[in-house]
Ligand binder design. Structure first.
Ligand code: HEC
Length: 211
């Protein structure tokens, strides 16, 4: 019994030391999202994610064929919903993708391409906890079909052509300001009159009136 107590005490002391070292490290370095995750942290997170995906899901084959229509839809979907973080080419080099923690990975590389179709599907449907990756599943057969289409598209990222990327740029969500600017350029180039300026309300209408 005594060696047992000694072992437990030793474990408590080691645990305390590790916790103290961790607190010291966090207090010194802070928890900024602006530094890349350490290799240990990344490996641990990926291992946990793999463990959390049931084998049945991981080994699910893609049930839909990569027809031109399916890929077309996925291209539109990706440009509209995913490119803000992942970039049209899947590199993750966007303002958002680079600065969330952990950052959006380069999906053209082995880290993503080595995942099975089932794993990619599960990630798209369920998201990844404690990261910026949202869950896109809607619980409907149409939603699942769209996610399987995105899996096909993700497989094409390493060999995406400039033509497809140019098409995606047309489909990326635009702010009203960007839209207006592009519309003005288009009108200017087409030789049309500039768009009428929006009506400006007169700021004096409530001033100096005593009626
Ligand atoms: C708000 C930002 C954001 C949006 C929008 C987003 N993602 Fe992600 N995604 C991430 C981040 C961050 C990760 C990395 C998480 C991690 O390190 O575990 C990720 C990871 C992934 C992964 C796993 C890749 C890997 O190697 O770990 C897939 C697949 C994926 N996203 C697909 C998509 C698809 C498809 C869409 C659109 C329907 C999408 N994402 C939209 C932020 C985003």
């Amino acid at each position: 019994m005594r060696p047992m107590i000694r072992a437990v005490l030793l474990l408590i002391v080691i645990g305390g030391l590790v916790a103290a070292a961790l607190i010291y490290w966090v207090a010194r370095t802070g928890l900024s999202a602006r530094v890349p995750p350490s290799a240990v942290e990344e490996r641990l997170a990926l291992a946990m994610r793999r463990l959390a995906t049931p084998t049945a899901v991981r080994s699910r084959p893609n049930p839909i064929a990569p027809s031109a229509a399916v890929i077309d839809e996925a291209v539109e979907h990706f440009a509209d919903h995913c490119a803000s973080c992942h970039a049209n080419d899947g590199s993750g080099s966007t303002q958002l993708g680079r600065n969330v923690y952990p950052p959006a990975p380069d999906m053209r590389e082995a880290r993503t391409q080595d995942l099975s179709d089932g794993e990619l599907f599960a990630i798209i449907e369920n998201g990844i906890r404690l990261t910026a990756m949202p869950a896109w599943g809607t619980g409907t057969p149409e939603g699942e079909r769209a996610s399987w289409g995105l899996v096909h598209f993700i497989r094409q990222l390493p060999t995406l052509t400039p033509e497809v990327i140019a098409r995606m740029e047309q489909l990326n969500p635009k702010s009203p300001a960007q839209f207006r600017e592009e519309e003005e350029t288009r009108r200017f180039l087409a030789g049309e009159d500039p768009a009428p300026a929006p009506a400006v309300s007169t700021p004096t209408s409530h001033q100096g009136r005593h009626d």
